[in-house]
Design a protein around this ligand. Structure first.
Ligand SMILES: Nc1ncnc2c1ncn2[C@@H]1O[C@H](COP(=O)(O)OP(=O)(O)O)[C@@H](O)[C@H]1O
Ligand SMILES: [Mg+2]
Length: 271
């Protein structure tokens, strides 16, 4: 099967349910809007925020959407997407991204990162936003190190905004006594849940409309099944919708009906 034949079968101008949506093309369901609003608040207040949610719920997308709205000349965004690099890796990344060369010794690297962070605000007039994605995977030392960074000032305000994005286990980890110092300074906590049934319908329609199909392409029962199996998690909805499109195409159907959705579900559960 070629993707071009599939596209022309449905008359798509581009493939729907892709990962590469521009910030202005996102679906504005409630949990997404709520998460973006909280992230924006954290940025303007230089606060610490935790956004949790299951895999594929839309955490990274929400953070990207909030960042896309920032004035780039007044903000420095440090995105840490690989928590496995350890504390040294995190500090090294921060120093490198801020134009420094990481010092070799641990004891020297920490103040170097702190100084560069502080200089970003005091010398360049920039607000710093540190995003730690997949933060549920951060080890204890890394979490503690991030807390140290956020604890620079004499007062209670951090010199930057810290966002921790992670799966639900992140919230439980932070509750453990060892991280009380960080936990107590978290100003905003928000969990991105799944889409409601009505939101899944509108989400599917939204992606299809972006691909040039504003009419009904998925039957109601097909969308209902996709919603049930995906539990409204956007990435799962995307995957099932694409499989269902392929199944209906292979059966030479013009509409994605329930049997095409069932085929998609059967495929996904054997993976
Ligand atoms: N608001 C949205 N509008 C459109 N697509 C979305 C939206 N939120 C999530 N998605 C889709 O779901 C996928 C998973 O989202 P992502 O933010 O990567 O999940 P997480 O970081 O929670 O694992 C994205 O690649 C995107 O295709
Ligand atoms: Mg993510």
């Amino acid at each position: 099967m070629s993707i071009d034949r599939l596209r022309s079968h449905y008359g798509f101008s581009r493939m729907p349910f892709g990962k590469d949506l521009a910030p202005g093309m996102l679906h504005a369901h409630d949990a997404h809007a709520q998460a973006v609003a909280r992230i924006q608040w954290c940025i303007s207040e230089q606060a610490i925020g935790v956004i949790s949610g299951e895999c594929g719920a839309g955490k990274t997308v929400a953070a990207r959407a909030a960042v896309a709205g920032l004035d780039a000349s007044r903000h420095t965004v440090l995105y840490l997407g690989t928590p496995g690099v350890g504390l040294r890796g995190i500090y090294g990344l921060i120093v490198t991204r801020l134009g420094g060369t990481p010092r070799f010794h641990h004891a020297a690297l920490i103040p170097q990162a702190q100084e560069l962070l502080a200089a970003e605000a005091s010398e360049r007039g920039k607000r710093v936003l540190l995003i730690c994605d997949e933060a549920h995977l951060l080890d204890a030392e890394s979490l503690e190190g991030i807390r140290c960074l956020s604890n620079l000032g004499m007062d209670q305000t951090a010199p930057f905004c810290l966002l921790l994005l992670g799966q639900p286990t992140l919230r439980h980890r932070l509750r453990q006594g060892a991280f009380a110092a960080l936990d107590q300074r978290i100003a905003v906590r928000y969990t991105i849940g799944g889409l409601t049934p009505a939101e899944t319908t509108s989400y599917v329609q939204h992606h299809l409309a972006l691909a040039g199909r504003s009419d009904t392409l998925f039957s109601d029962d097909a969308v209902a099944l996709i919603h049930e199996v995906s539990r409204g998690l956007p990435r799962q909805v995307n995957n099932l919708a694409i499989s269902a499109l392929i199944a209906a195409f292979a059966a030479n159907k013009a509409i994605v009906d329930e049997s095409a959705a069932r085929a998609a579900v059967a495929e996904s559960s054997t993976e």
